[in-house]
Design a protein around this ligand. Structure first.
Ligand SMILES: Nc1ncnc2c1ncn2[C@@H]1O[C@H](COP(=O)(O)OP(=O)(O)OP(=O)(O)O)[C@@H](O)[C@H]1O
Ligand SMILES: [Mg+2]
Length: 294
């Protein structure tokens, strides 16, 4: 419980809500309450604190702690089985941890929410395999994504208002698919499908985007374009990118407005092995031994 919360409650005769009694704090240093509204007053969009997950006794996550700042583009690297995907499963509510805390901003306790709710409050996730609607064209895929936005009350293929049309057009430009707007998604290249799926996520204006191996299977040119796309999203959204492609990680961390301060996190055996600027992480002996020196 933080100082502000204590002060507010001192003069109150009302009993504490049941979910605020006990050891677990009702927030992570922000304003009190159990809202689903993102509060980034402390500059942090994601807090993962001492999270452990075991599968049949095997610890996939072992006291994992990390923080991502609002608007940050954070790259996460690490060997196969390090727990990178499991971490995303925990953040998105797909896997429940045995212990630890996960907060979106300083007030939203993600471990109390279901997967569908977490998606609704502004956390978008991209899995490795593209999942677009193959029998719809590019424009229609984006339109469909827009219609799942709870703020847009309309049914699919009813007349689009001009604001919605503009949003789709802007996204088409961002993902470089404007010229292919009428093409069936099933006929796009692998890379184009990945961009379309990212575009569909962007239609929902997520605060935080989790991207698991987004350039796997892409050509060099597609990879390069994806780096440019992510760099253009930095600041407007917060991004957590997991990748094994070190050239791509280098592009993301050594370019863009915040290149001088950008951090990379290395996961190993379910916890953070190293964190810092890419050059420092690459020079870290432990990191070279478990991952980069392979
Ligand atoms: N549902 C599950 N049941 C049992 N074990 C699991 C499950 N999910 C993950 N694991 C195990 O947890 C460990 C971490 O897996 P995870 O997929 O998070 O690794 P990763 O860092 O994403 O690896 P990669 O780089 O290969 O994608 C692995 O040993 C994996 O086999
Ligand atoms: Mg993985």
């Amino acid at each position: 419980m933080n100082a502000a919360a204590t002060t507010v409650r001192t003069g109150s005769l009302e009993p504490l809500p049941i979910d605020e009694i006990g050891d677990a704090p009702a927030n992570y240093g922000g304003r009190p309450g159990s809202s689903t509204e993102l509060d980034v007053v402390h500059g942090v969009v994601l807090y993962v604190d001492n999270v452990s997950v075991s599968f049949d006794g095997f610890k996939a996550l072992n006291g994992l702690s990390l923080e991502v700042n609002n608007g940050e583009l954070r790259c996460i690297i690490g060997p196969n089985g390090a727990g990178k995907t499991t971490m995303m499963d925990v953040i998105t509510g797909k896997t429940r941890p045995d212990s630890g805390r996960v907060f979106f901003g300083s007030t939203v306790d993600l471990l109390r929410m279901r997967e569908a709710e977490i998606a609704q409050i502004g956390i978008g996730r991209k899995f490795q395999k593209p999942t677009v609607f193959e029998h719809l064209n590019v424009f229609e895929n984006l339109e469909l994504a827009l219609s799942t936005d709870r703020r847009v009350r309309r049914t699919l293929f009813s007349r689009l208002d001009s604001a919605s049309f503009d949003r789709i057009a802007a996204t088409l430009d961002l993902i470089h698919l404007r010229k292919l707007a009428g093409k069936l998604a099933g006929n796009l290249s692998h890379g184009q499908k990945q961009w379309l799926e990212i575009g569909m996520l962007l239609m929902q204006e997520p605060k935080l985007l989790l991207l698991d191996e987004p350039v796997a299977g892409m050509t060099d040119e597609e990879t390069e374009r994806t780096a440019e796309l992510f760099l253009s999203l930095e600041g407007k959204h917060s991004l957590v990118v997991v990748e094994h492609d070190m050239k791509f990680i280098e592009e993301l961390t050594t370019r863009g407005e915040h290149a001088a301060t950008k951090k990379v996190t290395v996961l190993h055996e379910g916890s953070v092995l190293a964190e810092g600027r890419l050059a420092d992480v690459q020079a870290n002996e432990k990191v070279v031994e478990v991952y980069l020196g392979r």
